[in-house]
Design a protein around this ligand. Structure first.
Ligand code: CA
Length: 669
């Protein structure tokens, strides 16, 4: 041992709690006896007195810390033996600040020394996340960071989500962006495509969305950060180090501080533009199993198992984590709190959220609300496979009303409007298929109870599962499955591009005028496609990259989205905050034709200046006639065109709704 190093038994009184989680089955029963530890000092803390290591590993027989000068390919310069303290935590301490060094842990378990691991709490890592790094976080803050904050959100129905991937957004040469595929791409202003239209962050401002929802940006496993010239693409749903940024999105994966600083610069630039930042988080499984950082620090504990001891697999990726076990719950909660405080993150999208239990999710939302009440937490209210976690405890869409402060994606509107995701050729309401009307209406009222909506006729859900519109995220397309452009092409053989663009406009008009929070997939405002590939998680940039020339080619499509978003942002009637308001203010008209929905938002809903808004959606390929009450109406949308402040005026009476289009009218008195 290096003479400069000392190891000390920390005498600090530590917070502890008994594991509260109940066992999934006999195999897991032993883990309930584990002590848990909820302190913020796990794994590394540095202060003027020195550098402290603390690893939670209740069943380890011995634990070591290895210190290194480089992020990989070198021998340790020192080894520290850790001492077991209380609550399953092992500790070692050095009486100086080891900034610039790297470290790993290794535990002896079952008589064997396991492979080295950066631990589960590495906040900075080197290339490919192999070793954790000791850096001074105060040096990673951009200028003005102390005063930085995201948009203040009063109600989550005010949020407009734009889902993007770093490479999709900036990698194509047509983006005109310098730092293509990097965090820094979102810091570049005044970038344009070859015809001079704005790209990048300026484009987002022009579009008018409130929050970007960025695909995984924590350190994931699949892209080789040591070989960036390979231009590998991956969505990043293969978590490695949950508490450090992904290296391939930085300009130097080998320098641990660079990715931290550049991610913060991205957040700061978006905040300065008035845009919030949502992180896509994947605590439900890890890229590896026996070799994961969880397994190498506390073997078995963080995962659920089947009765035979094998990993259960509700994620469809080979394993699932155990949020119902206290230390995993602590991990998830402390991890999101860390991102919210250190990186000023404004929201979290939980992948396969129903693998987590409802209690954990409510605690996540409560903990984040204490940090910043504007933080939005939502997720996929389903799993990808069966789980030992009982159905009633899963954070399912159907259980959303049992949680506090959590929203879920509505697959109801998604599948009903464009056709089922699993059947490429299947059509929906906006593409002429009958029988989806009631499910679209479920989406319009954000899955809340409404006297005119018959849930027994719903395609996906059979009861009003949302107690509030703030629990629902509505969408027709996301990174998963065929994007909207490709779905329309697959389901409308023989159609023209103009017809498909028209269907896209109708589909998104339904999303953006519905109650709940709207969500869109990046580039759909340009009518981007993904070459018909339905699962592009590792497809090349040629498939995933947005061609910014489309902003010129499809300028009318883009302008439609701009006006649609402006309509929503300027009219609170589309953003009601309670189920009671929706039930009172939304009145559906009786219509006899299939593929037609007509309704009003009445009573100056939610303080709107408009007394009544009339919305008629015609998903059929034939024009239809509707009777509109006589009055002084402003025409907002008609025949595939829209203007938030009005295209025209009319007096009501019998009006034509053109095929595959929305008619939106508004009146002040
Ligand atoms: Ca990585």
């Amino acid at each position: 041992m290096n003479e400069h190093l000392t190891k000390l038994l920390a005498a600090t009184v530590m917070l502890g709690s008994t594991a509260m989680a109940s066992a999934q089955n006999d195999v897991d029963a032993r883990y309930t006896a584990y002590p848990s530890y909820d302190g913020a000092d796990l794994e590394l803390s540095v202060d003027p007195a020195g550098t402290r290591f603390a690893l939670w590993s209740p069943e380890a027989e011995s634990v070591r810390v290895f210190l290194y000068d480089t992020d990989r390919n070198s021998q340790p310069t020192d080894t520290l033996n850790m001492v077991k303290t209380n609550d399953g935590v092992w500790r070692a301490e050095v009486n100086r600040q080891l900034y610039g060094k790297f470290y790993t842990f290794s535990i002896r378990y079952g008589g064997q020394w396991l492979a080295e691991t950066p631990g589960v709490w590495a906040k900075a890592v080197g290339t490919n996340g192999e070793r954790a790094a000791i850096i001074d976080f105060s040096t990673t803050n951009p200028t003005g960071w102390a005063d930085d904050h995201g948009p203040v959100v009063e109600h989550f129905t005010d949020v407009i989500l734009y889902e993007m991937h770093h490479r999709d957004f900036s990698i194509d040469p047509s983006s005109g962006i310098v730092h293509k595929g990097k965090f820094l791409a979102l810091t570049e202003h005044h970038t344009t495509n070859p015809t001079g239209e704005a790209t990048g962050i300026d484009h987002l401002k022009e579009l008018g969305i409130t929050h970007v929802h960025i695909l995984p940006s924590y350190d994931y496993n699949s892209v080789d950060e040591a070989n960036m010239q390979l231009n590998q693409y991956n969505w990043g749903y293969d978590p490695l180090n949950y508490n450090a940024p992904e290296g391939s999105y930085s300009t130097d994966p080998a320098d641990p501080a660079v990715r931290v600083r550049q991610m913060k610069e991205m957040v700061k630039a978006l905040h300065d533009a008035g845009i919030g930042v949502v992180m896509d988080v994947v605590y439900n499984h890890t890229a590896q199993k026996d070799d994961s950082n969880f397994s190498l620090t506390a073997p078995g504990y963080y995962y659920r198992h089947r009765a035979d001891g094998s990993y259960s697999d509700a994620s469809g990726c080979g394993n699932e984590t155990a949020s119902d076990r206290q230390q995993m719950r602590n991990f998830i909660i402390n991890s999101v709190k860390y991102w919210a405080t250190e990186y000023h993150i404004d929201g979290f999208r939980f992948d396969l959220m129903a693998i987590h239990d409802t209690e954990t999710m409510s605690q996540v939302a409560a903990a984040l609300k204490e940090i910043n009440p504007s933080i939005f937490v939502y997720g996929e209210g389903w799993t990808a496979g069966d789980s030992p976690l009982p159905v009633e405890r899963r954070a399912l869409k159907e259980n959303v009303s049992q949680m506090t402060g959590i929203a879920v994606f509505s697959d109801d509107l998604r599948d009903a409007v464009k056709g089922h995701y699993s059947n490429a050729a299947g059509r929906g309401f906006a593409t002429g298929a009958e029988g989806n009307e009631e499910t679209v209406r479920i989406g319009i009222v954000a899955a809340t109870a409404h006297p005119q909506v018959d849930y027994s006729l719903g395609n996906n859900s059979r009861f009003p599962y949302a107690a509030s519109p703030e629990m629902i995220v509505n969408y027709v397309s996301c990174h998963d499955d065929m994007c909207l452009t490709d779905k329309l092409a697959a389901s409308m053989p023989g159609s023209t591009e103009a017809q498909r663009q028209r269907a896209a406009r109708l589909a998104q008009t339904i999303v953006f005028t519905s109650q709940g929070t709207p969500f869109m997939f990046a580039g759909e405002e340009l009518f981007r496609d993904k070459k018909g590939v339905h699962n592009t998680y590792k497809s090349p940039d040629s498939v995933n990259g947005i061609d910014w020339n489309l902003k010129h080619i499809n300028a009318e499509q883009f302008n439609y989205y701009v006006e649609l978003i402006r309509l929503r942002r300027t009219h609170p009637a589309f953003r009601m905050t309670t189920a009671e308001d929706i039930a009172r203010n939304i009145v559906f008209d009786k219509v006899s034709q299939p593929n037609l929905i007509s309704y009003s938002i009445k009573n100056n809903a939610n303080g709107d200046e408009w007394r009544e808004i009339k919305l008629v959606f015609n998903g059929s390929d034939e024009a239809c006639q509707v009777k509109i009450a006589k009055g002084e109406w402003i025409v907002i949308a008609r025949d595939g065109t829209i203007c938030a402040t009005g295209l025209d005026t009319c007096k009501g009476g019998m009006m034509t709704v053109e095929p595959v289009s929305a008619l939106i009218l508004a009146r002040v008195k």
